[in-house]
Design a protein around this ligand. Structure first.
Ligand code: FE2
Ligand code: FE2
Length: 215
């Protein structure tokens, strides 16, 4: 059952609405080394932009919690053995690979390290960690904020930049990767807003990348 909204949903290209504000810049600066791993310097800012759209469609959500959680959720990749990311993280039952659990645990440790010195209290840090922990390996969302983070974490793959990066991780052609997005990722969305955004992005990305011809 999808979480619905009666607010308008912005389905225009994500390039038209980069993440707003500079209030998270101090967090970004604290995790620059961790953004160098596994395309995080592409994945995290784009996912934050999508998260802000989802928050606009869900004003009842704690937007700061969603924004900080999506910013930090994959920083743990920066503290795991880089060679294992591709060998274990993207093959076989990749969602259950030990390296996946490890990047979630490391992400929580990073949140506990960087947030308190920037003035975030223990309760807030605990709520961020509750979302970061299990974000890939747990099937269900524990709260609306958790659902919005999970959806933003998937939505970035639907823009052409996400397809370019993620299709190479999985050694798939862009066309095959688009098919996989539609069949495997769309059913995982928790919100109606994310489904609408993904559908609009996929139409645009398929046209741009000529996936009907380049098969
Ligand atoms: Fe992750
Ligand atoms: Fe992610």
């Amino acid at each position: 059952m999808l979480i619905t909204t009666n607010r308008p949903v912005d389905t225009s290209p994500i390039e038209l609405s980069a993440a707003a504000g500079t209030d998270l810049d101090r967090i970004w600066k604290s995790v620059i080394p961790e953004t160098r791993a596994r395309g995080n310097d592409i994945h995290l800012p784009i996912s934050l932009a999508y998260a802000e759209r989802l928050c606009a469609a869900h004003p009842e959500a704690d937007a700061l919690l969603v924004r900080v959680s999506i910013l930090l959720h994959d920083t743990g990749w920066g503290r795991v053995d880089e060679s294992r990311i591709i060998s274990e993280g993207f093959s076989g039952d990749w969602r259950k690979a030990e390296i996946r659990f490890e990047h979630e645990r490391q992400g929580c440790l990073i949140a506990e390290e960087v947030l308190p010195p920037l003035g975030y209290d223990a309760d807030f840090v605990g709520r961020v960690c509750a979302i970061v922990d299990g974000h890939d390996t747990r099937p269900d969302a524990k709260s609306l904020e958790d659902a919005l983070v999970r959806d933003a974490d998937r939505l970035w793959r639907f823009c052409s930049t996400g397809i370019a990066l993620a299709s190479s991780w999985f050694a798939l052609t862009p066309a095959r990767y688009c098919d996989r997005l539609e069949s495997e990722i769309v059913p995982e969305f928790k919100t109606e807003a994310a489904v609408a955004i993904a559908a609009a992005d996929l139409v645009r990305s398929r046209a741009l990348l000529k996936t009907e011809v380049l098969r």
